[in-house]
Write a protein that binds this ligand. Structure first.
Ligand SMILES: Cc1ncc(COP(=O)(O)O)c(C=O)c1O
Length: 499
């Protein structure tokens, strides 16, 4: 080819605007990053002043609908300002007075770790594409498995969160313990407090509601093991095929831990898979003050453990640990021509062979980053702090007349209810809903309701290391003041709340 022709071809496909669009305009981004970072720096003070819950009204919703429509190019400044506006409307899940769901008390180092990880954007499906991050993921999995007391055969992987970890475990339980010709006959056992993601996973796998036995719980909301054992026998006698028991190590409602030793014993005898949903609670394995809260965990087949819950990570960072890593390979390994060059050569697996995802981010890197900077002991202290704060909240509630503890502090959760005499159960339900709405509207605390044994109760999950005793005492005192003020206004007529 003549030199002119080759030059023409190069010029024709070179687009300098396009090239510069792929470069970072550092000067326009830095002030924003600095601002975000200083937000974290002073989060104890600045977050305190911020609204815990901010919802869009219809005007904002339509404005943001406009933002969402792709169109012309805008300056970085302009779009960053829009991003700020958009994210302003949210629950600040990391607010020191946000105690609902499972709060996300994210470490700023997780945010940085996530940013670092996303900057390198490694493909963590195979060791070939991400051998450094894969070593870290494998190392962390082994460390977490040993903390849980699993043997050296253990393995696992990071997934998006507890739902995906539970789902993956259900696949293993089915494949290992339920013969193909018994699938319509298989039965799995959960408790009346098991997280909804477990039944959802089972449903997606093709099990209908009659194949999920719900075992009642005791007065501390722990699975009744005698009833479990009896139900398994009844099902066997009816010609059904029990294959898995799902226990909880930290239920979402009350932080209850099912009797793990007994469940492991039953499952060993009955040859059932035992999965523990520790999405929220497994982190107490790092507690310094109470190392034995999950005694018996080492005997189970699989464990869900979310780092975006109580290991202070940004979303989405869940972990599934499995007693024998071979089960993951048996259920998930695939072969395809286009991945043939990415063979496994040593102890670091191709994680795409252990779970559903092929393309996956290096999720373990932010956890590694945070652990490396803060050290394991600091995590343990933070977890102990959360447990102690729940106990403190319980103590403060007990000091107030007319309040009932409906489940005592367990892990970092406590539930309670304003229950003055002379009100019907329906009125008490309405009263507690109104209390929750008012504390949120007044920005006192993010305390939502849940239902226990059919009754509406208030719930505090206190795992934020920035929550302190003064703050918690004031929240409980304010709750009481609000409750007393609302009391005369609550009247339920024919099921209608006339508050
Ligand atoms: C005990 C438990 N399991 C599973 C989940 C689901 O986890 P994710 O939201 O990460 O899917 C949750 C969420 O709160 C949970 O508390």
């Amino acid at each position: 080819m003549a030199p002119e022709a080759s030059l023409a071809a190069t010029t024709a496909i070179r687009d300098d605007d396009l090239r510069s669009a792929w470069e970072l305009d550092v000067s326009s981004v830095m002030p924003f990053i600095q601002d975000l970072a200083s937000n974290f720096e002073s989060q104890k003070n600045s977050l305190n002043e911020q609204p815990i819950l901010k919802l869009t009204d219809s005007q904002h919703a339509s404005l943001m609908g406009e933002y969402a429509r792709p169109g012309a190019a805008h300056s970085v400044d302009h779009v960053l300002k829009e991003a700020r506006d958009i994210f302003d409307y949210r629950i600040r899940m990391n607010h020191p007075r946000f105690y609902s769901f499972i709060p996300a008390a994210v470490s700023p180092y997780s945010w940085i770790g996530e940013t670092v990880s996303s900057a390198f954007n490694s493909f963590a499906g195979s060791r070939l594409q991400s051998s450094g991050p894969s070593c870290i993921e494998q190392g962390l999995i082994q460390w977490m498995a040993s903390k849980a007391g699993l043997p050296s055969t253990a393995g696992g992987l990071t997934v998006s969160g507890g739902s995906m970890a539970n789902f993956t475990a259900m696949v293993l339980a089915r494949d290992k313990h339920l013969p193909r010709d018994q699938r319509l006959n298989g039965v799995a056992y959960i408790s009346d407090q098991t997280h909804s993601s477990v039944a959802k996973g089972l449903r997606i796998l093709g099990f209908d509601a009659t194949q999920i036995q719900i075992i009642p719980t005791d007065d501390r909301f722990r699975m009744k093991v005698r009833e479990l054992d009896d139900q398994i026998q009844r099902d066997r006698n009816a010609g059904r095929y029990p294959f898995a028991v799902i226990a909880s190590a930290g239920t979402t409602n009350t932080g209850s831990v099912d009797p793990l030793h007994e469940i492991v014993e039953i499952c060993g005898r009955e040859k059932l898979w035992v999965h523990v949903d520790g999405a929220y609670g497994a982190s107490v394995l790092l507690s310094k003050e109470r190392p034995n809260l999950l005694a018996g965990l080492g005997g189970v087949d699989s464990i869900s453990w979310d780092a975006h819950k109580w290991l202070f990570q940004t979303y989405a960072c869940g972990i599934l640990l499995v007693r024998d890593k071979q089960h993951l390979i048996d259920s998930f390994a695939t072969e395809a021509e286009y991945i043939r060059d990415a063979e496994e050569v040593d102890d670091v697996p191709n994680f795409w062979n252990l779970g559903l995802e092929l393309t996956r981010p290096a999720r373990a890197m932010k956890l590694w980053f945070t652990l490396r900077i803060l050290g394991v002991d600091m995590f343990g202290r933070a977890i102990d702090h959360g447990i102690n704060m729940a106990e403190y909240a319980e103590k403060q509630v007990r000091l107030q007349p007319d309040w009932q503890i409906t489940s005592p502090a367990s892990l970092a959760a406590v539930t309670f209810r304003y229950a003055p005499p002379g009100k019907s159960e329906k009125e008490l339900d309405a009263l507690n809903v109104a209390i929750s709405q008012k504390v949120i509207a007044d920005n006192i605390a993010g305390i939502l309701t849940t239902k226990l044994r059919g009754r509406i109760v208030l719930r505090i999950c206190s795992l934020n290391p920035l929550t302190d005793e003064t703050m918690m005492k004031k929240v409980i005192d304010d709750l009481d003041k609000i409750a007393r003020k609302l009391l005369p206004e609550i009247r339920v007529v024919n099921g209608l709340n006339l508050h």
